[in-house]
Write a protein that binds this ligand. Sequence first.
Ligand code: ASP
Length: 585
Amino acid sequence: MRTHYAGDLRPGHVGSRVTLCGWVEARRDHGGVVFIDIRDARGLAQVVLDPEQLPEAHRLRSEWVIRVEGSVRERPAGTVNLELPTGEVEVVVDTCEVLSEAEPLPFPIDDRPGGEGAVDEALRLRYRFVDLRRPRMQANLRLRSRLALAVRQAMEDQGFVDVQTPTLTRSTPEGARDFLVPSRKQPGTFYALPQSPQLFKQLLMVAGLDRYYQIATCWRDEDLRADRAYEFVQLDAEASFVGAEEVMAFIEVAVAAGIEAVTGTRPTEFPRMTWHDAMDRYGSDKPDTRFGMALVNLTDLFAASEFRAFAGKTVVGLRLPGGADTPRNRLDAWTDRAKALGGGGLVWMRVEPEALDSPVAKFLSEPEQKGLRDGLGAEPGDLALLVADDDQRLAQTVLGALRLEIGAEVGARPTSLAEPLNLVWVTEFPLFEKLSDEGRPVPSHHPFTAPHPDDVLGLEDDPLGARSLAYDLVVNGVELGSGSVRIHDRELQQRIFALIGIGAEESQARFGFLLDAFRYGVPPHAGFAFGIDRLAMVLAGEQSLRDVIAFPKTQSGADPLTGAPAPVDDRQLRDLGLRAAPPPD
Ligand code: ASP
């Protein structure tokens, strides 16, 4: 149907006859001559129609699909548009065919940054096929495709085998709620959509596959956020007879290849940081290491302070270089923010040559004031910000979150998520994240993660103190993915289940197939998974996963395009042995 893409035309084509197909992006009707910008997958070109010869030229409207034939010429002097790659040429059309007409669009295709912001998101998603015409969305989907291909190739090159695992399966505990699919053949029973292929990939190791990977869709029924979707796509991998080091090396190769395919630059630095250090220095297990303002632990300095808000608490501080002139209303706003984040408050101190200017300075002794300056490396003109709490983790995370927000506000934190790219491995995660309401430890990763060998003995005595062999890959403050060395010992696996409150019977019922498999010769194994959507989002510099997913759901989990989720026929329910309960109040 066509000889060229509109977006590909260049001065080298001058004199050629071309046939182009695409959408009418814009139409400028000057009466005696009609200019059309025709848009296709590769860009835009200007075509010129003479209505004397082609009377339908006056009829053409936005977003009609047309096919034009003509010859390429240089644009007349003064009409060249250097902002457009095709802007030095135009096509003088002698044949024009309307392939389909279009009704006026529900919203304009506005590709300026923030241009879509004016359009209600539900409307964008209802007409996603129009929304996806925006060059930025097109670029994002193409970026994603290049990324996935490079990642896949890198895994293949490293000897990994692509295996597809089932989507109708049993629950996989990754800490979220399952999406369930009722069974027709066995009414009253349900499949679960996998939260990840975790159990299958471990079985593939027992099966001797040695190195497995898959670009796998995972389903998790949890509250949606900008960086969370019900269904998301991960590069999922597992390998046998390896430990954390080898897995990290495999993943570095794949991530580097993916990034290089998109940006042209291969990242070479994958520094490591223990979870403990990440919390200490950044107040986060997914640190954005692109800027300073690192946290400093000042607990010891104030252990016996006269100042009751500090004494005996965890005290963490950071230095805002040159921040002493921050106006009082900003300081108050930051303090409110600290409270909203769950902290007791925020202590600020302006660093002056001889003293600290702060409402609380009078409560601090000379040595404490000096220790604070030295500890933070503060210079006159800086601002010190401190958070204190009985709960160490809370003090750290509150100041860590403020660091990101204030860092962005004062211009220390890069505004684009896409650059520079700082990757960092966070290792030695705690095995358990907290105690549940029932007082049971909750796995930080999932219950198949191996404890740190030094902490196995005391697991039951101090579960929250145990480290694990789990590691996360983080980029610019975004968690790309997680992995771990797995437990391959039945006894230890049973101990972990028991600790988290899954008794022998229940573990047999839910994971018996895995535990049984371990009876038949299981190799030590380890693995990882990272989000393809997440990495695409970062590389595209987008703030929301929805901008790199073709057909995402709204924040409330609906798909305005297809109308999912939707009621079904009574008959379908009957077949499934289900009856709809009245909606809860
Ligand atoms: N199954 C894990 C996840 O989806 C990744 C892994 O441990 O390999 O987060």
